[in-house]
Design a protein. Structure first.
Lengths: 348, 193
């Protein structure tokens, strides 16, 4: 059936009197379309990612293919139009040819350079950014948390990563290490721990601090620039989920916030106080008790997928989507290791 | 004449040898070069709980100072107990006693005690010198002796340099969380007593 439709369409096209003129353009467009299909399949097979059509067409991958297709089609048109053909000199007379066709040659060369430069510029500008490593620092863990088990969890988060990773800083946090000026400024900050983390991040790169202390009226976590603090003080709100499940989810989310903040900012309307929620990871839960629902059904919306795909590439998006789902945590190997080696029980 | 010259030469030579011998002995004996250990071992039911040790190097302690303002003392703290030892830079105290002089208070929180000096130190140095918040609990026994492996930490105290005119006689270290004070005395002197 499909082949018949194709045959009819092909016969109609080839019978068209302008077919010879438009054939190269049609071929270029078909090559572009094939490129889009191949790229989509590559993203699917290579990263295990199945973006919606809208997300894919809005991605830098699709846009690059569209850009190259347009550039090739444009250049073909440019060389198809030959205004100086009437005065064609005898073959072999290069100097005469150049002299005669100087305006056309200059015009085509200029347009070709502009098209290539524009294409290269858009290509470079649309390239995904290489994200930085992030240090996880224990800033006074609650008594029910084991630092070695938490370190294991962070190492498991690193397993699927190829482009960046978490480092665990085991050195105990000590605010006395700060300069007196830093200490004074942080003591006046509504979030002193976040301020300390910011000071450390300024010297050693992005940092996620984990603490058992409450965050001065802020539930769960707080973030600013290159630093985030996650608190387990509100454990009752995410129970019966264990602190390990909660922290695994929060560490991934805060790492995404740090990377997004460093490269273009957070998604529009993220963490705006609302009375309704669709359970998005970048939404504030109207009721803190519903955080566990968000954790259990964690997902990225198509807009958020598109944002991450364009900023950091398909691998970043695939890894973050996978880690946020926490399926790796409930996987047999990780669960067994947590139970047998660290005596840590997960909620499900 | 010749004999007098020979005798004089021998006398001068002998004097030179004697003087050279004396001059080249401007060093300490190995015993004197050893640092003086000030120690206190806290025990309960004859089991060690905490061990505090300050070693003072005789010449270095008297000659050196931090920016001509402070004498620096390093204390080794061993925690043999199964619980962490909580410390507080603002509540704990370290005092130095020189013979019969009154106690010289040590500064454990240089961040507030001398901000400009503290701020001038490089980050790694501040990280080393900052008074710790706790000493972790001893690790569970993994040796055939059945004794837990103590957690060891080094902490530093600063003393105003000017009043320190002689070697310390003892140190007194008070830990607020334990509600106790420990007198660190010269190990050999304590043995003699």
């Amino acid at each position: 059936m499909l082949s018949k439709i194709w045959d009819i369409a092909f016969d109609t096209l080839t019978g068209w009197r302008y077919w010879a003129a438009v054939q190269p353009i049609v071929l270029i467009l078909l090559a572009g379309l094939a490129g889009q299909l191949l790229a989509f399949e590559y993203v699917r097979s290579q990263y295990g990612l199945t973006p919606s059509l809208g997300v894919f067409l809005g991605s830098y991958v699709s846009q690059r293919i569209f850009l190259v297709t347009t550039a090739v089609a444009g250049l073909w048109l440019l060389f198809r139009l030959q205004p100086g053909r009437a005065n064609r000199p005898a073959p072999g007379r290069i100097r005469t040819f150049i002299t005669t066709h100087r305006p056309a040659i200059l015009y085509r060369a200029t347009v070709t350079v502009i098209v290539l430069a524009l294409t290269a510029w858009v290509w470079v500008v649309s390239s995904p950014t290489q994200v930085s490593h992030i240090t996880v620092k224990f800033m006074g863990l609650s008594d029910d948390l084991r630092s070695d088990a938490l370190a294991y969890l962070v190492y498991e988060l690193n397993r699927p990563q190829h482009e960046w990773h978490f480092d665990v800083d085991f050195r105990p946090f000590n605010e006395l290490e700060l300069t007196s000026v830093e200490r004074q400024s942080c003591d006046q900050d509504p979030q002193p721990l976040l301020c300390y983390a910011e000071k450390m991040a300024a010297e050693s790169g992005p940092i996620i601090g984990i603490t058992g202390q409450p965050l001065n009226g802020t539930a769960f976590a707080t973030h600013r620039g290159m630093a985030s603090i996650i608190s387990t003080a509100d454990a009752a709100r995410y129970a019966p989920l264990s602190s390990y499940e909660y922290l695994a989810y929060k560490i991934i989310l805060q790492s995404m916030l740090i990377h997004l903040d460093a490269h273009g900012g957070l998604p529009a309307n993220s963490f705006v106080a609302t009375t309704s929620s669709m359970g998005g990871v970048f939404q504030t839960a109207p009721d803190p008790d519903t955080l566990k629902s968000t954790i259990l059904a964690a997902r990225l919306s198509p807009e958020e997928q598109g944002l991450l795909l364009n900023r950091f590439g398909p691998e970043y998006l695939a890894v973050c989507s996978n880690l946020l789902s926490l399926e790796w945590l409930y996987d047999g190997r990780v669960r067994t290791n947590l139970e047998k080696v660290f005596a840590v029980k997960l909620s499900k | 004449m010749t004999r007098r010259f020979v005798v004089l030469s021998l006398l001068v030579g002998a004097a030179l040898v004697f003087a050279t011998n004396r001059l080249t002995r401007a060093s300490m004996s190995p015993e004197q070069g050893q640092p003086i250990p000030f120690e206190f071992v806290a025990t309960e039911n004859s089991r060690t709980q905490y061990r505090f040790l300050i070693e003072v190097e005789r010449v270095g302690f008297l000659m050196n100072s931090v920016r001509d303002k402070y004498k620096l003392v390093r204390m080794r703290v061993e925690n043999h107990t199964p619980t962490a030892l909580q410390l507080s830079a603002d509540k704990d105290r370290l005092e130095l006693f020189i013979k019969d002089s009154p106690a010289l208070p040590g500064l454990l929180n240089m961040q507030t005690a001398d901000g400009p000096l503290w701020d001038s130190l490089a980050t790694p140095m501040r990280q080393t010198l900052a008074y710790p918040a706790s000493v972790k609990a001893a690790r569970a026994a993994a040796t055939p002796t059945g004794l837990p492996t103590p957690e060891v930490l080094l902490l530093f105290g600063f003393f105003a340099a000017q009043p320190v005119t002689d070697l310390p006689a003892k140190f007194v270290y008070s830990v607020e969380s334990l509600g106790k004070q420990f007198t660190l005395v010269h190990r050999a002197a304590a043995a003699r007593d």
